[in-house]
Design a protein around this ligand. Structure first.
Ligand SMILES: NC(=O)c1ccc[n+]([C@@H]2O[C@H](COP(=O)([O-])OP(=O)(O)OC[C@H]3O[C@@H](n4cnc5c(N)ncnc54)[C@H](O)[C@@H]3O)[C@@H](O)[C@H]2O)c1
Length: 247
């Protein structure tokens, strides 16, 4: 498969590039010039820059965004909403058959948070499933719901396959204990996504033959607050890690 990856130099992009490059031909897109990656430099919020850039690709993994749940409207509007529209629109123009979109746990974290978007209240004993209503905790989360809905609309209108992964928490060093003793520890223990489970989730998203699918991408955490059964079933996703084994 010839796969484009936006935000290819970021945390998740680096994890995916390292593992997917053996079986697939990858094309990296980055905001800043990156000679090491040989990437195409592109500001995805500018439609004129995106035009024509995806031709020849079979699939597109859209990671580029402002990933902060504290992002302000100007950045969310530019890097998450306008950029996502430009990317999906160009996928249709280029005849790409599959989009995999990096959505987020924050689309439902409004039901589980303690005080801030990066804290979790375990005493709420909430277990959420994909069929539960969304409850975005931030403008960032609202922008990811925009992406999921745009994916749904484009899958219906143009027949492009779309998978939105509601990702938990991926960290550079793969070690969730960096949050030990902080206010975010409970949140990390629930939302942790290891690098190998992350790669597995994206591989399954690339391979699955479904018009539209939303799925959770978290490890098999003992303290998870997302019910994984639907995702295991629909995506054939079988995470092997558990944040608890690190703590
Ligand atoms: N890391 C996580 O735990 C996590 C959890 C849930 C969702 N996500 C989502 O996964 C994606 C990747 O996350 P990450 O942790 O690798 O983030 P990251 O910040 O490391 O990487 C994002 C990349 O997007 C690029 N980018 C931003 N705006 C752009 C624009 N206008 N044009 C082109 N490129 C642009 C940045 O340069 C950066 O390299 C994001 O969409 C994020 O919201 C991440």
């Amino acid at each position: 498969m010839k796969i484009g990856i936006t935000g290819a130099d970021g945390t998740i992009g680096t994890v995916l590039r390292n593992e997917l490059s053996e079986q697939h031909e990858l094309k990296s897109f980055t905001l800043e010039e990156n000679l090491e990656l040989g990437s195409t430099k592109i500001d995805l919020s500018r439609s004129t820059e995106v035009f024509g850039k995806f031709s020849g690709l079979d699939a597109l993994i859209h990671l580029a965004a402002d990933p902060s749940p504290n992002a302000l409207w100007e950045s969310v509007q530019q890097n998450n909403i306008e950029a996502t529209y430009n990317v999906f629109n160009e996928c249709v123009n280029a005849g790409i058959s599959k989009i995999v979109f990096a959505s987020t746990n924050h689309t439902q974290h409004g039901d589980t948070l303690l005080t801030t978007t990066e804290t979790l209240d375990p005493s709420k004993n909430k277990i959420l499933s994909l069929s539960d209503p969304t409850n975005p905790d931030s403008l960032y989360a609202v922008s990811k719901l925009f992406g999921e809905n745009l994916g749904k609309y484009f899958s219906e209108k143009y027949g492009i396959q779309f998978v939105g992964l509601r990702i938990g928490w991926v960290v550079k060093g793969n070690d969730p204990t960096i949050m030990r003793g902080t206010l975010s520890e409970d949140y990390m223990r629930a939302m942790y996504l290891s690098h190998r489970d992350c790669v597995h989730a994206f591989e399954r998203a690339l391979g699955v033959d479904k018009k539209f699918l939303l799925a959770y991408a978290i490890s098999n955490n003992t303290r998870k607050v997302f019910e994984l059964a639907d995702t295991i079933d629909a995506l054939d996703y079988h995470p092997v890690d558990d944040a608890e084994t690190f703590f």
